[in-house]
Design a protein around this ligand. Structure first.
Ligand SMILES: *[C@@H]1O[C@H](CO)[C@@H](O)[C@H](O)[C@H]1NC(C)=O
Ligand SMILES: *[C@@H]1O[C@H](CO)[C@@H](O)[C@H](O)[C@H]1NC(C)=O
Ligand SMILES: *[C@@H]1O[C@H](CO)[C@@H](O)[C@H](O)[C@H]1NC(C)=O
Ligand SMILES: *[C@@H]1O[C@H](CO)[C@@H](O)[C@H](O)[C@H]1NC(C)=O
Length: 403
């Protein structure tokens, strides 16, 4: 920060001298007035550029966003405070060769992982999908182990696991580019609630056999009771779920509050190439295709192909009960940080869409009662995420052989 200020002063005074010198030459002319103003404007402009230039340099030296992310954003054009460099945009889209998708549970990641299986073959990158589905936070030692493991995968690779954000920079390992997808928080919660109890398209009987440990009291617990009587499953910190994926491994990242929220937001800006929202999955895939062509070219064709649609048919026959409006409102209040984060991510996503030239469908504001009533029914579920992913992928592979 000290550096930031001194460099700003330095570049500013430099450009003021610059103006004075050039002004003195045409001093006598009255008509020079507009010119003086425009030169002053020019000076300010240059000073601002210097400021951003030095600023972002020091920012990066202090562990700011990975350079490749800035390069990609710059290539896209437009500007956010993070990419105002004043350097010419690169002519070729930079190619990140390390990508992490730290997929959030019940946010459509099963769909995406199946697509990735197909894409990895098509584009010859290494897809590593962790088979650990129930461990999102790690000890410091486990973090270092995992990051070393990830870094040792032959590049280009895409690594995916249900895991809270890992800060490679902190351990002096090169930071990969992150991507992710989230979803309306209450819809995610409901999807998880009923999936835990009744499973998915493979049928309820199947699920009952696979989850013998669950007592009937729990399985058939009315969701309104769960919410209104503050069962742990329906209360904080358990419903503070999405933010920790973006905040990181710090214990405070799991405490519902502003600290975790703000850190998660900042992290989205600094380390994520794209965080899509499941409600606009086709646009997410389109953007991935544009931003990471070496990984995602052709993904929309696959997604829209009849074969894939057939697979998409094997989806949520999960018994869903819509909570009462009262319960939804209580839950909504309990998840206010999650919503603040979701809305932030959605706005960022729409911004990126705009840069690429895609229109955003405007949704009603999250606060109306109408919205709450529709909430549980709104999201079309392409193929829901599943804790036991691997067996489904076997199914996927059976038609993968004939593309
Ligand atoms: C995760 O699941 C495995 C088996 O699938 C189990 O042995 C292990 O105890 C679970 N770990 C946690 C933290 O729940
Ligand atoms: C890292 O890789 C090694 C060998 O492949 C494996 O034994 C180990 O469990 C991995 N560690 C983590 C944290 O994934
Ligand atoms: C990651 O670690 C770096 C260096 O310790 C730190 O500056 C940065 O704030 C951390 N980022 C997150 C999101 O934890
Ligand atoms: C999806 O399933 C329904 C009912 O099982 C069937 O009528 C329909 O043809 C299927 N669609 C596709 C694309 O397979």
């Amino acid at each position: 920060m000290k550096n930031f200020n001194s460099s700003a002063l330095h570049s500013h005074s430099q450009s003021t001298n610059h103006i004075r010198e050039r002004n003195s030459r045409k001093y006598s002319l009255l008509s020079v007035l507009p010119l003086r103003f425009s030169l002053r404007g020019y000076g300010f402009c240059m000073a601002t550029l210097f400021l951003f230039c030095f600023g972002s340099l020091f920012y990066q030296l202090n562990g700011g966003p990975p350079k490749i992310l800035l390069d990609i954003r710059q290539y896209l054009g437009g500007s956010t405070y993070l990419d105002d460099h004043g350097q010419p945009a690169p002519r070729v889209l930079p190619f990140p060769s390390q990508v992490i998708y730290n997929r959030v549970g019940k946010c459509g990641s099963r769909t995406v992982v199946i697509l990735l299986r197909l894409l990895a073959e098509k584009h010859q990158f290494n897809l590593v999908s962790s088979d650990i589905h129930n461990k999102t936070r790690l000890t410091k030692h486990e973090q270092v182990d995992l990051m070393k493991n990830i870094s040792s995968i032959p590049q280009p690779f895409l690594y995916t696991r249900h895991v809270h954000f890992l800060n490679f920079t902190r351990f002096k390992i090169e930071q990969p580019v992150y991507i992710n997808i989230i979803r309306d928080p209450i819809n995610r919660f409901l999807s998880n609630y009923f999936f835990r109890r009744f499973g998915d398209w493979r049928g309820e009987q199947n699920h009952l056999i696979r989850t013998p440990g669950m007592k009937d009291d729990e399985r058939y617990l009315d969701i309104n009771v769960c919410i209104l009587e503050n069962y742990p499953e329906c209360s904080n910190p358990r419903v503070f779920y999405i933010i920790p994926y973006f905040c990181g491994q710090h214990p405070q990242c799991r405490e519902p509050g502003v600290w975790a929220l703000e850190r998660a937001k900042q992290n989205v800006l600094e380390n994520y190439l794209l965080v899509g929202i499941l409600e606009e999955l086709e646009d997410v895939l389109l953007l991935l295709e544009r931003l990471l062509p070496h990984y995602f070219t052709g993904v929309l064709n696959i997604y829209k192909s009849p074969d894939y649609k057939k697979m998409g048919n094997m989806t949520g026959t999960v018994r869903k009960q819509t909570p009462t409006l009262e319960a939804l409102q209580v839950l909504y209040h309990r998840m206010r940080y999650e919503y603040e984060f979701y809305n932030f991510v959605r706005d960022q996503f729409h911004l990126t869409k705009k840069k690429i030239g895609l229109k955003s469908v405007s949704k009603p504001p999250a606060y109306s009662n109408d919205f709450l009533q529709q909430l549980a029914l709104r999201t079309p579920e392409p193929l829901d995420e599943d804790e036991e992913l691997e067996t489904d992928l076997e199914d996927a592979n059976s038609w993968l052989v004939h593309p």
